[in-house]
Ligand binder design. Structure first.
Ligand code: ADP
Length: 450
């Protein structure tokens, strides 16, 4: 079925980015917006915009029933959830389908299967995808936690099975710490994710976070669009991503891509998905989790493969086969993304809300800007403080780094603190330039006391 009108159940840069593809495909769009988001460009750029009164996520972008009702009233035939909010909510995906609309994403069953970290690990095991040493069942008591941790060997990570967004995990280095933290992690899991189930896995000391972008269609075809290195993180959340990974061997890439596809096949997955791995210095890689949506960092993959992944999502949702086969996909050059957050990185990346007084970006066709805000607009504390993303593309990694550095030098954002100075620091640091950096990059910087 041809999709003619899409409701975008999201805000900011991703809503705008989805509108861009829809416009190219001559698809009408319906934006929804909470009170503080009324001035944002996506509201004006959509074919129609509908106000969702309120300032909290629960009353607005998380109110699935209200959103479905708006979609029906406005004559939409599909809903694109973007990332975050309802994008990995299996109940919402099911409710969209039950209301006769198309959910632009995987099936509710796939979302459900991968949304729970223990269940996902079991599927990975069945698909012969290597796991981080640990257990594939929840821990039921402190005694069990202690004996599992001893047999795995400290340090371990105590993780919420229903966790996400870098939250609900704690590194534990001794029996003493386990005794202190066990109840606390469980109750945090319960209050943040409504599920107190926790499990234990080995804490890997300095791996890279490398993830495979994959795509499936409803005919059972699969491709992978290579990897992204997302090791530059703070609070277990990504800030800078690049594709391809600077240090991965092509044999590892192939193995990782095949492992990701095996996992997708295990659940009959279709649409965009990302299989995340931790990769150690010997290039052994271990399954972390699968994200059943479009990732924030998808543009680096688009730039090195010359694809439009939102377009692919829409085509697959219409029941069409994948636009390209594995043989038709090649890596073209190098891409780096810097997430532009309204945050003060010298104060541990604390939010820096306020009015963006000036925002001056030099014109450069090789720098892609996915921006959710314009100068004069206000970044509030109600929602995520991401203003947008800056993505550079060049023939090779060295040139890409240099281009981003030169571009950032001529950039001006005033009124709020942003991650631009952090980006400049990282791009000029020898560890990043060598490509041989790990997820501990920022924690190590903190130790050096910037
Ligand atoms: P979330 O679902 O909250 O994003 P993930 O399981 O994907 O959580 O992990 C997020 C980040 O936490 C990873 O990219 C990595 O930096 C760190 N991490 C997770 N598990 C481990 C582990 N076993 N060892 C070391 N770091 C880990």
């Amino acid at each position: 079925m041809k999709i003619k009108k899409i409701l975008i159940a999201n805000r900011g840069e991703i809503a705008r980015r989805i509108i861009r593809t829809c416009t190219k495909m001559a698809i009408e769009t319906i934006a929804i917006y909470a009170d503080p988001d009324e001035p944002l460009p996506y509201v004006r750029e959509a074919s129609t915009s509908v106000h969702l009164p309120g300032t909290s996520s629960t009353n607005t972008y998380l109110d699935g029933q209200k959103i479905i009702r708006i979609a029906q009233d406005q004559g939409a035939d599909a809903i694109h959830p973007g990332y975050g909010f309802l994008s990995e909510n299996a109940e919402f995906a099911k409710a969209v389908e039950d209301s006769g609309l198309i959910f632009i994403g995987p099936s509710p069953e796939s979302i459900e299967a991968m949304g729970h970290k223990i269940r996902a690990k079991k599927l990975a095991l069945a698909a012969n995808v290597p796991l981080i040493p640990g257990n594939t069942s929840p821990v039921q008591s402190l005694d069990q936690a202690l004996s599992e941790a001893q047999s795995i060997g400290y340090p371990v990570l105590l993780k919420a099975a229903a966790g996400g967004g870098g939250k609900g995990m704690r590194t534990i280095r001794s029996d003493k710490e386990m005794k202190e933290m066990y109840d606390r992690v469980k109750s945090e899991a319960k209050s943040s994710f409504g599920d107190e189930e926790v499990f234990i896995e080995k804490y890997l000391e300095d791996p890279k976070h490398v993830e495979i972008q994959l795509f499936g269609d409803q005919q059972g075809n699969y491709v992978h669009l290579f990897e992204r290195d997302c090791s530059i993180q703070r609070r277990h959340q990504k800030v800078i991503e690049e594709a391809p990974c600077a240090t991965i061997r092509s044999s590892t890439r192939q193995k990782m891509g095949k492992a990701a596809i095996r996992l997708a096949q295990e659940v009959g997955y279709f649409s965009s998905g990302t299989v995340e791995f931790l990769m150690d210095r010997d290039q052994n890689f271990y399954f972390l989790e699968m994200n059943t949506r479009l990732q924030v960092e998808h543009p680096v993959t688009e730039l090195i493969t010359g694809t439009d992944l939102v377009k692919w999502q829409i085509l697959v949702a219409e029941g069409k086969p994948l636009p390209r086969s594995q043989d038709e996909l090649r890596i073209d050059g190098h891409a780096i993304e810097l997430r532009l957050y309204a945050e003060d990185y010298l104060d541990n990346f604390s939010p820096s809300p306020g009015r963006i007084d000036h925002m001056r970006f030099p014109e450069d066709p090789s720098i892609r800007l996915d921006m959710g805000f314009e100068a004069g607009q206000e970044v509030t504390l109600y929602f995520d403080p991401m203003i947008g993303k800056i993505i550079g593309h060049a023939e090779d990694r060295e040139r890409c780094i240099r281009k981003m550095q030169e571009w950032l030098k001529k950039t001006l954002v005033t009124g709020i603190d942003t991650t631009i100075p952090f980006g400049q620091y990282v791009l000029s640091s020898p560890d990043f330039q060598s490509g041989d950096y790990a997820i501990t990059y920022y924690a190590d910087l903190e130790q050096e006391d910037l």
